[in-house]
Structure formats: structure tokens, C-alpha cells
Design a protein around this ligand. Structure first.
Ligand SMILES: *Cc1c(COP(=O)(O)O)cnc(C)c1O
Length: 379
């Protein structure tokens, strides 16, 4: 069957990026595969990353970690968004490392450990300034508790200690240095009471690429593994970082029509042609993850860019092909790709949607089939 749209995932680009990140980091790499591997497909990406040398896998949800285990992936997995009342028993039975950002979660994990008779593997998560996950106000009390009642020790093994940067994609920002300092202080707090986790980790992709002083024992790389820059303005393009974008999104032209100047296009008649032209109706819309507000991006077809005209609809959007375009109904167009052949990039779609490349690739919907190749299409 021919699809009307597909996201082509170049697994050789992912393998290349993983190897690149391993050599930049100089410490083991955790491949972050949360959110269906940023829209690229959890299992194929995880297998590729592991084969390319990633030592760990990182996910947000317990469901994501369990899906990896179901696929018989045996590498260590850390899940960091496993809220109270989750199935910690299952997590422990499947040897999934769990982030502990609060006393409440620590207590639930202990209880689950007692009922399984297995020691849980945890990574204590610190809030060093992002004010999101991790210990902040409870920290001193938690340290006192760990020291006062050591019965937890037979139930819980502290494997790691970690935190997350808020502004690593802006290397000069003072908040990065403050977070790093706070991380080391909190690490010292723990060491002082005799707890020395094996693995400290702090860096995301941006810090992996921009700040060697924060690499510690492991880096957690997401976006860069998919070949995308964490921040095009402050860190440069993916190409300049030596990365290869892995996703190319393509769709079919459902219709092509010739219209006069002054023709109104789409809901709200937000678009209006200024000259006689040809329009292409692309078989993809916001139900597939194309942002409804996108303006200024478009598609690449027959060697030319054709910009979005009018609002993106649920299942389709319209592009201005230009009067002389040879495009015909049924032709494939490239919505975004590496950008090396003239097509729009995920960065450009991000800018056109008041968003970022992360959101563009992650939101490509489940209605869009992923098609995998291991032979690189472009460099
Ligand atoms: C998503 C995430 C990462 C990966 O971030 P990138 O910027 O994509 O490299 C790392 N650590 C945590 C805790 C995350 O939530």
C-alpha cells in the first residue's frame, strides 16, 4: 500500500549521531528515547542506539520503560517521571531504574521492594535550579531521614544522582554555573552521610555539546541523537555541530489547482493569493502534528520551495506552488528533512510555528507511518 504521508527515519543517521556524541562526551551516553523516541519510533531507535554504543536508555514514563523490556532490550533503563501510585512493583521486577524526586516516592518504592523481595535501583533527582523535577524543599529533611533510619538500605540501592539544566542551550547564562555548583553541593551533602552513588549525571544534549565540565559519569542525550540542534541560535545548526537529522517527513499532493489572484484559501480565509498561481493541497494536517499556526514554512517539491498559504486544517494544508510549477496531484512533497537539498528543516518549521524542532518532530502523530531505512539518504 502506498501511504498518503510518511515519516522516513534514517537509522544510520541515528547510529552516526550516537557515535559522534560518545566521542564528544568522553563518558558513557544515555540515549533518551522518551515520547516514542521524539517521534522517531521507540523500539527501532532504542535498538539502533544500543548497537551504536549507547550504554543506557532514558525515558520519562514507566510504560515506555516496560515497552523496551517487552522488546527484550536488556540495557539499563532510567525512567524519571513515575509519579506516586505507579506500579513500582512492576518497575522493580523488570529492573527499571527509577528517579526519586520526593520522600513520598522513595517510600512507595521501599514498599514495592519489600513486596517483591528485590532491591530497587534508584537515582536521586535533585532540583538544582530548574524548579521542576527533583528534591528542593524536602532535601535537608530527606538527608536526616536517610541517616536516621538505615533500614531502607536493604530495600533500595542508590545507583545514581542527577539533575537537569534549564538553560544549557544558552552556554553563557549564569544559571548554568549556579546549577552546576548546586549539583556539586548536593552531591557533597549525600557523600557526607556516606552515600556515594556510582553515577552522577547532569548533561542533556546542549551541555554535552557545549560544556565538558558538566559531563560527570554519564550524559543524557535526546535531541542531538536525532540529529537536531538543541538551539540553532546559540549552538548553531545541526550541520555545524556535525549531526545528521534522522527524520524526513513527506506527504502526497492530494490535488493541484490553478487559481486567480485574489483567491481566498482555507478556514477564516486567512490566506489570499496575490497573483495567478497554482496551489497544492498537501494530505497532512494538524491531526498529524503539523502546527495549526504554522506560517512561513512549506514544502519542497520538484526542486522548489512552496510556502503554506492559509491556515493548516486537520487533515490537509495548502501551499502556493507558483504559476509555473510542474507539480501534479499524486506527487510526493517533502515537508521537512535534513535541509541539505533545499527542503525545509524541522528548525524552520519550529520557527514558523513559534516553537522549536523538539516539538515539531515529537508531535508527528501516530496516524503517520514511520518508514525505516539504514541506508543514508543524505549527509
Ligand atoms: C528530555 C530529557 C533529556 C534530553 O534532553 P535533550 O535536550 O533532548 O538532550 C535529558 N534529561 C532529562 C531529565 C530529560 O527530561
Amino acid at each position: 500500500m502506498e501511504y498518503r504521508a510518511q515519516a522516513e527515519i534514517d537509522l544510520s543517521a541515528i547510529a552516526f549521531n550516537v557515535r559522534q556524541l560518545i566521542s564528544v562526551a568522553d563518558v558513557p551516553v544515555m540515549a533518551v528515547v522518551k515520547a516514542d523516541a521524539y517521534g522517531h519510533g521507540l523500539i527501532p531507535v532504542a535498538r539502533t542506539a544500543v548497537n551504536a554504543g549507547a550504554a543506557w536508555l532514558g525515558v520519562a514514563l514507566l510504560e515506555e520503560a516496560l515497552a523496551l523490556r517487552t522488546a527484550e532490550i536488556t540495557e539499563p533503563i532510567l525512567a524519571w517521571l513515575v509519579p506516586p501510585s505507579s506500579d513500582f512493583v512492576r518497575a522493580i521486577e523488570h529492573e527499571i531504574d527509577l528517579a526519586v524526586p520526593s520522600r513520598a516516592i522513595f517510600d512507595e518504592i521501599r514498599q514495592a521492594s519489600r513486596s517483591t523481595g528485590k532491591r530497587a535501583r534508584i537515582h536521586i533527582e535533585l532540583d538544582t535550579g530548574m524548579t521542576r523535577g527533583g528534591f528542593l524543599d524536602e532535601w535537608d529533611e530527606f538527608l536526616d531521614f536517610l541517616l536516621s533510619d538505615v533500614s531502607w538500605f536493604s530495600e533500595v540501592e542508590v545507583i545514581g544522582l542527577f539533575s537537569h539544566f534549564a538553560r544549557a542551550d544558552e552556554p553563557g547564562q549564569g544559571q548554568n554555573a549556579r546549577q552546576l555548583k548546586r549539583f556539586v553541593e548536593m552531591q557533597d551533602d549525600l557523600n557526607r552521610i556516606g552515600i556515594v552513588p556510582t553515577i552522577s549525571h547532569l548533561s542533556n544534549s546542549a551541555a554535552t555539546l557545549a560544556d565538558a565540565s558538566s559531563h560527570f559519569d554519564l550524559v543524557r542525550t535526546g535531541i542531538a541523537m536525532y540529529g537536531l540542534t538543541p538551539n540553532i541560535e546559540h549552538l548553531g545548526s545541526s550541520q555545524s555541530l556535525g549531526l545528521r537529522p534522522a527524520m524526513t517527513l513527506r506527504a502526497k499532493l492530494h490535488l493541484v489547482k490553478t487559481v486567480d489572484a485574489g483567491t481566498e484559501v482555507g478556514y477564516g480565509a486567512v490566506g489570499k493569493t496575490t497573483v495567478d498561481t497554482r496551489l497544492g493541497i498537501v494530505a497532512m494536517g494538524y491531526a498529524d502534528g503539523i502546527p495549526r499556526i504554522a506560517q512561513g514554512a512549506g514544502v519542497f517539491v520538484h526542486g522548489s520551495r512552496a510556502e503554506v498559504i492559509g491556515r493548516i486544517s486537520m487533515d490537509q494544508f495548502v501551499v502556493d506552488l507558483g504559476k509555473d510549477s510542474p507539480a501534479r496531484a499524486g506527487d510526493w512533497v517533502t515537508v521537512f528533512g535534513p535541509g541539505s537539498s533545499g527542503e525545509y528543516s524541522a528548525d524552520e518549521w519550529g520557527a514558523a510555528s513559534q516553537s522549536i524542532n523538539y516539538e515539531v518532530v515529537t508531535r508527528i502523530g501516530s496516524r503517520v507511518p514511520r518508514v525505516y531505512s539504514t541506508i543514508s539518504r543524505s549527509v
